[in-house]
Every structure is written in structure tokens, then in C-alpha cells.
Design a protein around this ligand. Structure first.
Ligand SMILES: *Cc1c(COP(=O)(O)O)cnc(C)c1O
Length: 389
């Protein structure tokens, strides 16, 4: 009798929320291997998770070491790594305090609760998000997500959310009511097709929120942790939000999420207001500290800028030969190739040829490779794209 394959077992025992294709068994840097031993260039990086590459030795060593010392302890006790990670994140952006959780959705939930607690003093609770955004799959973050396809069948939605057009300041202004507490925005919409915010929109949003005394939050779950060439995407625009969420790449593949706020908002939550059993465990924090150190030590922000430019230039050259490329857009190593044809079959062809990327929307190929990607690997990916098109 032969053993059932992973695919067969998945079909039998895992809820069909995904329809996975390959079975991946190993990863190293920008490469992954499937169960037949075939190698792929991973330009999706676990969907913007493996920013320091698969199984980076520094992250592996940090996890292995901490796993034998103290994996988990309750947040009713101090652990030695959580405040160190909080200090590091605070230094990288807002200079305030941090709350730890385990995912992007939870990090956004933290911002929503914080906005409501802050607004409760004068009866404000509403949160404005942008159309075509993506903020997660919990009830509140699914409601915040400005795409009805994620909400269908799960009504009633959470009260207290309003939507405005992305990159349209007038639309945000029109959505503000006396009950508005905060705006939550992605600096680069990822799931929505890799659409960067315009500089005018970002600076205008900051000024508008100041004028109306509304909190401005960014969802940096996908654009954060160096992907755009800055630690956080909003830093490309020279503005300072009141808070932001992060997750995906923070733990280099180990689950960890966090929300960071300014000093002004650092003590909105008091003991008992919010919590997470697994938030900021020693093991998760060891992984995250190793990720942040690796990004610094290997100058990966610089590499994201250089390799992002190389990929964009190459893709724009391909656009001159392939009429089916309509546009190439993005920031750093968060790049969308917009097609005039459906993206799914191209994604499948690329996979067959050994390049992993993700189709998003109907016509966008999203490339979010590890920040450790080399010039040769960028060129190889472009050659594979050329061939597939
Ligand atoms: C992936 C993503 C989320 C959700 O993160 P989870 O860890 O899956 O909960 C939220 N916001 C953005 C921008 C994302 O890309």
C-alpha cells in the first residue's frame, strides 16, 4: 500500500480555503524545491514573508538557540527579548510603544481597538479605509478590506467602517463624519494590484488628518520590513503616521505581528484593554531580532532599491517587445506587472518554467522576491518572464 500524497491528505482533511498547487519541501535563499526535486526561483517569498530569504542561517540559528532556552512565557511575565524588539521597532519609526500579536489581521485589529478607545472620549469610532485595500480575514479586517469579493456571504459586516477612493483626497474628505476616529491606508496596495500611493495623496492625507484631528494609520503588513527599500513604506513619502501595523516579513517566516504607535498614543491601552497569549513570545522575538539585524548587516534596504530598479527597468524593456504588458509599477521589491491579458495562465506558465510569482486582481503579476535576491537572479526571472509571455 502506498502512502497518500500531501495533496490527497490535504483534500481529505484541510478545509478548502486555498487550492495549493505545488508541494514545497525545502528552501534556501531565493530558491525553493518541490517534492519532485524541481528548483524554483521564489519571487513571491511566501507572499512577502521571506524577506531575508528562506532559512537564512542567522534566523535559523536564533530560533534553534532560543527554542532550547525559553519558547513561550505568558505576557504576565517579562521576557528578555520582547522589550528589546519593541525598542528596535520604535527606533526604526515612531519612537513610541509597540503591541505584539501573531498576524497582520491581529495587528490591524489592535489599531482599530486603539482608535476606538482613543475616540471613545468624544464619541468617535468610525474608521475610514480605502477601496481595493486588503487588511485581513477576521470579521473586522475583512470589513475594513475595501473589496466586496472578500465580504460576500459573511454579512452582516462590522459596523463603524467607511470607504474612500485610494489616491483621491477629496473622496477621503467626503467620507469624514463627526464620528470618524481614524484612517487606515496601505502605502502600496499589495493585494489590490501593487498600486503605490501618490506623494500628493500621502502628504495630503497627513494634512487632512491633522486638520480634522483624526488618527492616520498605515497597514505595513506587506510593504514593511524593508520591502520598498525603506523599513516601512510610508517612509518613502517623508510623512509620520500616528501608528502602523506589521507582520508578514517581521519574523522571517516565524509568525509575529505588531502594531507601533507614536509616544502620544503609547498609553491609550491600559492593563486589561488588549491581550494576546502568543504575542511577543521569546521565540518569535528572537526570530524578528535576527531578521532586523540581518537586514542591517547585509544592507538589504539598499539591495531592495537596486534590485527593484533592475527588475523594473528590465520589465519595462520587456513591455516594448510584448504588447500584453500594459504597465510596470511598484516601489523597491514590491512590483506589479500589469497585463492586458488574464494573469493566472501566465503565473501557471512561469511556475512550469521555474519562477514563482502571484497573480493578483485579474491582470496583475505581483513580484515580491526576498530582499537578498542577486542581479543574476533578477535577470534570470526577467528571462523566464520573457519566455512565458
Ligand atoms: C497579508 C496582509 C494582511 C493580513 O495578514 P495576515 O497575517 O494574513 O492576517 C493585512 N494587510 C496587508 C496589507 C496584507 O498584505
Amino acid at each position: 500500500m502506498t502512502h497518500p500524497s500531501s495533496k490527497e491528505l490535504h483534500g481529505q482533511f484541510v478545509m478548502p480555503t486555498y487550492a495549493p498547487g505545488l508541494t514545497l519541501v525545502r528552501g534556501a535563499g531565493v530558491a525553493v524545491w518541490d517534492d519532485a526535486g524541481k528548483e524554483y526561483l521564489d519571487f513571491m517569498a511566501g507572499i512577502a514573508v521571506n524577506n531575508v530569504g528562506h532559512c537564512h542561517p542567522a534566523v535559523v540559528a536564533a530560533i534553534q538557540k532560543q527554542a532550547g532556552v525559553l519558547m513561550h512565557c505568558s505576557n504576565l511575565f517579562h521576557n528578555e527579548l520582547q522589550p528589546r524588539l519593541a525598542q528596535k521597532l520604535s527606533d526604526l519609526a515612531l519612537g513610541g510603544k509597540v503591541f505584539f500579536c501573531n498576524s497582520g489581521a491581529e495587528a490591524n485589529e489592535c489599531l482599530f481597538k486603539l482608535a476606538r478607545k482613543w475616540g471613545s472620549l468624544d464619541g468617535r469610532f468610525e474608521i475610514i479605509t480605502l477601496k481595493n485595500s486588503f487588511h485581513g480575514r477576521t470579521l473586522a479586517t475583512m470589513t475594513a478590506t475595501g473589496q466586496t469579493k472578500y465580504q460576500k456571504g459573511f454579512e452582516p459586516l462590522m459596523p463603524g467602517f467607511a470607504y474612500a477612493e485610494f489616491n483621491d483626497l477629496g473622496s477621503v474628505r467626503a467620507a469624514i463624519t463627526p464620528a470618524t476616529a481614524a484612517v487606515l491606508c496601505e502605502s502600496v496596495q499589495g493585494e489590490g494590484g501593487v498600486v503605490p500611493a501618490t506623494p500628493e495623496f500621502m502628504t495630503g492625507l497627513r494634512a487632512l488628518c491633522d486638520e480634522k484631528k483624526i488618527l492616520l494609520f498605515f497597514d505595513e503588513v506587506q510593504a514593511g520590513i524593508g520591502r520598498t527599500g525603506k523599513w516601512f513604506g510610508f517612509q518613502n513619502y517623508g510623512i509620520r503616521p500616528d501608528g502602523f501595523s506589521m507582520a508578514k516579513a517581521l519574523g522571517g517566516g516565524f509568525p509575529i505581528g505588531a502594531a507601533a504607535v507614536t509616544p502620544e498614543l503609547s498609553n491609550v491601552f491600559q492593563p486589561g484593554n488588549h491581550a494576546s497569549t502568543f504575542g511577543g513570545t521569546p521565540l518569535a522575538c528572537a526570530a524578528a531580532l535576527a531578521v532586523l539585524e540581518t537586514i542591517e548587516n547585509e544592507r538589504l534596504l539598499e539591495n531592495a532599491v537596486a534590485m527593484g530598479a533592475r527588475f523594473m527597468e528590465g520589465a519595462k524593456k520587456l513591455a516594448q517587445q510584448h504588447a500584453c504588458i500594459q504597465a510596470v509599477r511598484g516601489v523597491g521589491l514590491m512590483i506589479g506587472v500589469v497585463l492586458t491579458i488574464p494573469a493566472k495562465p501566465v503565473e501557471a506558465k512561469l511556475r512550469e518554467n521555474g519562477l514563482l510569482c502571484i497573480a493578483t486582481g485579474d491582470r496583475v503579476l505581483r513580484f515580491v522576491p526576498p530582499l537578498v535576491v542577486s542581479p543574476a537572479q533578477v535577470d534570470q526571472a526577467l528571462a523566464l518572464l520573457d519566455r512565458a509571455l
